[in-house]
Design a protein. Structure first.
Length: 258
């Protein structure tokens, strides 16, 4: 059991409380839309049944620029492997793009600091210069950088195909794991984390797991907290802060103080 518990120690765990199944689906779409607007995003969504999976898949197809994979219990191991490998290639591409954008942002910040210093040193001289004609800046305005690359890929699965994924293909290593339905068995919950996000030894960066909790199921969350020996925090209003920390890399949620 210690090995299973170690697989969630390097994660940030959050929950989103919803009232009904309909609100739950709307909340999922809203969350994904907000996160995707911040940068390239890859995620795995775990569902309790085929019916729930189908409903989530239909809803996700309404999101622009979405690449979607679905793992069903009636797929063969070979079919599951084909889908998983395709998804992992997209995850790798998004991870690479995220690193490139992070590097570009750091370089741009340094350049902006240099430009600001240069501006301050020469401000007095520029104030004495004649005003430019507004028309002279039109060409400069046309040279504004193009919007940053955006991409979104999602894999939806139920419990059975998740167990059938080849160990050599794990962890799937997306940006985040979403437990759309919290499993009844704690062992299944830990398997989801280990298969999707990997244990501490395999984690290449900080990982994020978000759990959707319906009304009347708070007791399940408390059971998971006891098993994980850590607090599962409520998702903050400003989800961008959590997402940026996850993309940044290091850090982990704290264990409960006993």
């Amino acid at each position: 059991m210690q090995d299973q518990k170690s697989s969630i120690f390097s994660l940030q765990l959050y929950y989103i409380a919803v009232g009904t199944a309909d609100v739950k689906l709307d909340s999922l779409i809203e969350l994904i839309t907000v996160l995707e607007s911040l940068g390239p995003l890859s995620l795995v969504i775990c569902c309790a049944s085929r019916d729930v999976l189908d409903a989530v898949a239909v809803a996700l197809r309404s999101i622009e620029k979405l690449s979607l994979w679905c793992l069903y219990s009636d797929l063969s191991e070979r079919e599951i492997d084909v889908e998983v490998q395709s998804f992992r290639r997209s995850v790798a591409a998004i991870t690479l793009k995220t690193k490139e954008e992070s590097s570009d942002s750091s370089n741009a910040a340094l350049e902006n600091d240099d430009a600001l210093l240069h501006h301050q040193e020469n401000q007095s001289d520029r104030e004495n210069e004649p005003r430019r004609d507004p028309g002279s800046t039109q060409e400069e305005d046309k040279k504004q950088p193009s919007p940053p690359f955006r991409s979104l890929c999602a894999l939806i699965t139920t419990e059975a195909p998740l167990r059938a994924i080849n160990k050599e293909s794990t962890p799937l290593a997306p940006t985040l794991l979403i437990n759309y339905d919290i499993p009844v068995r704690k062992e299944d919950y830990v398997r989801r984390i280990a298969t999707v996000l990997g244990g501490r030894a395999k984690a290449e960066k900080h990982r994020l797991c978000i759990n959707f909790l319906e009304a009347g199921k708070v007791h399940e969350l408390r059971q998971l907290e006891e098993f994980a020996d850590r607090e599962v925090k409520e998702m903050p209003v400003h989800v961008a802060d959590v997402f940026e920390q996850t993309r940044g890399g290091s850090g982990s949620g704290g264990n409960k103080q006993k």
